[in-house]
Design a protein around this ligand. Structure first.
Ligand code: CS2
Length: 474
């Protein structure tokens, strides 16, 4: 540890024994779940320290280690920044360096909850169906080796270790943007466990708990400039701060098989069924985020706030909410969806949050089904046209081609990137036909709908002929 840094910068690190192991120690969890946990422990007590686990790279651990695992969460509001020191982490592990240490932490008697933010692709499932992708290289590895590499692999092997030690399971708390996320992770865990040992799957099914949650806070990737700005503001250097908007929301199904922090004391909503909240958030927030990301990027906009500062895009996103997404939703109890949309518009416009369109555009093949295609499929079945969302899908296809409207290369980050780029053709009908072979992305209902292919071809033609900015004008 660098001499004195921790003392100068931070209060004492958390002394609480870790009741939680968190897989996927990205900026989002450090700016969302970790704060709820720390506040809930302060309000309601309990041993709720967090052991963070990076499943891939050591970068976060290396930056946090000299700081005694403490970091600053910086709220970026209209009146400037509000930094807050977070001391919720008690340790950070890097799975590829020592997978056994991760399994030991998960299997420890003191561990009650394993929470996850491993992004959509981290579940190794097929996005269009939610089923485990048994051909995934990490799953193939985890079936062949007792020391896992994937999130489902760690969950299954750690649950097995607990059963063998005579302990009960931990609660698995999924915090990723998937519909019915607890249901999805339960499904992949049970499928994998059944392939490892059928009796283990039965034990998990009988004793385990996988509550679904809806998580929300806009947390752009931290940049080198953020570190400098924070240092200028506080006079202290933090190598691993996280930057976030003021808003936050966490809706959690109250179905734990273990004790849990007093989340309800710090503003989380504990409910019996999270589904209507998840659909609202995934389609209204994430669905428009992705739409603005692809079309905004193609129109030359760097961030979401830049995109919605362009009146053409502000009008486009309002129409998406009012005419296309809200009509397909059942509002959660006591929620006014028009007011929710108006609040989203204000959040997007926050100029202090520099959330890059390029960042949100990442992993489109994993995101589109639950964010956009579900609304399209339901609307078509109900006979409602959704031209804006069709344009968004066309925007994704054009973006995934790897060339922007000026012919410049785009750095496309997506597990299917190579396949997607190869699908692009000069003829829009041929491009659409190629994309519609992607079973893992498009649900069967859309793949087999000739009218859908025709409408999507029309949207793509408009996008190519007129350019993204003119096309969204409507
Ligand atoms: C974004 C989300 O990167 C993305 O795909 O849509 O990270 C979004 O900012 C959060 O889900 C907001 O809660």
């Amino acid at each position: 540890m660098e001499a004195g840094l921790h003392d100068r910068l931070y209060r004492t690190p958390s002394e609480a024994p870790a009741g939680i192991v968190h897989l996927g120690l990205g900026a989002f969890f450090r700016a969302h779940g970790a704060l709820y946990v720390a506040e809930a422990a302060a309000e309601g007590g309990g041993d709720w320290g967090i052991i963070g686990v990076s499943l891939k790279s050591p970068g976060t651990r290396d930056r946090l280690l000299p700081q005694g695992w403490a970091y600053t969460a910086v709220e970026l509001g209209p009146d400037g920044m509000t930094p807050q020191v977070v001391t919720a982490l008690t340790d950070v592990l890097v799975a590829p360096e020592d997978p056994q240490a991760v399994l030991d932490a998960m299997a420890a008697e003191t561990t009650r909850i394993v929470s996850l933010t491993v992004t959509e692709k981290g579940y190794c499932h097929e996005p269009s169906t939610g089923r485990l992708n048994t051909a995934h290289p990490d799953i193939a590895h985890d079936l062949a080796h007792p020391l896992p590499s994937s999130a489902p692999g760690f969950l299954v092997r750690a649950l097995a270790a607990r059963r063998d030690a005579g302990l009960g399971p931990f609660t698995v708390l999924c915090c990723d943007n998937l519909p019915e996320n607890g249901h999805v992770v339960r499904g992949v865990v049970l499928e994998l466990a059944r392939l490892v040992e059928p009796a283990l799957a039965d034990w998990i099914a009988q004793h385990g708990a996988f509550p679904s949650t809806m998580v929300d806070r806009i947390v752009p990737a931290t940049t080198p400039e953020d570190l400098d700005r924070l240092e200028a503001e506080t006079g202290q250097r933090d190598e691993a701060p996280v930057m976030h908007e003021p808003f936050r929301q966490w809706v959690i199904e109250d179905r734990f098989c273990t004790p849990r922090p007093a989340f309800e004391a710090v503003g989380a909503q504990l409910v019996a069924d999270v589904t209507p909240f998840e659909h609202m958030k995934l389609r209204m927030l994430n669905g428009t985020h992705s739409s603005l990301a692809y079309l905004g990027y193609l129109a030359g906009h760097q961030t979401i706030s830049d995109t919605v500062a362009d009146p053409v895009f502000a009008g486009f996103v309002s129409r998406l909410w009012r005419d296309e997404i809200i009509p397909a939703l059942t509002p959660p109890p006591e929620v006014d969806l028009a007011a929710y949309a108006a609040a989203l518009a204000r959040r997007y416009a926050n100029p202090a949050i520099r959330h890059r369109t390029w960042q949100i555009a990442m992993d489109g093949s994993q995101k589109l089904p639950q964010r956009i295609l579900s609304t399209i499929a339901e609307s078509r079945a109900a006979g409602r046209a959704v031209p804006g969302l069709m344009l968004a899908v066309a925007g994704w296809m054009r973006y995934a081609s790897g060339r922007d409207e000026a012919g410049q290369p785009i750095e496309v980050k997506d597990p299917l990137a190579q396949r997607l780029a190869a699908l692009w053709q000069d003829d829009p009908a041929a491009t659409v036909a190629g994309f519609l072979t992607l079973q893992e992305v498009f649900p069967r209902q859309l793949r087999e709908d000739a009218d859908f292919a025709g409408d999507l071809t029309g949207a793509l033609r408009t996008l190519v002929d007129r350019g993204a900015r003119e096309a969204v004008r409507g």
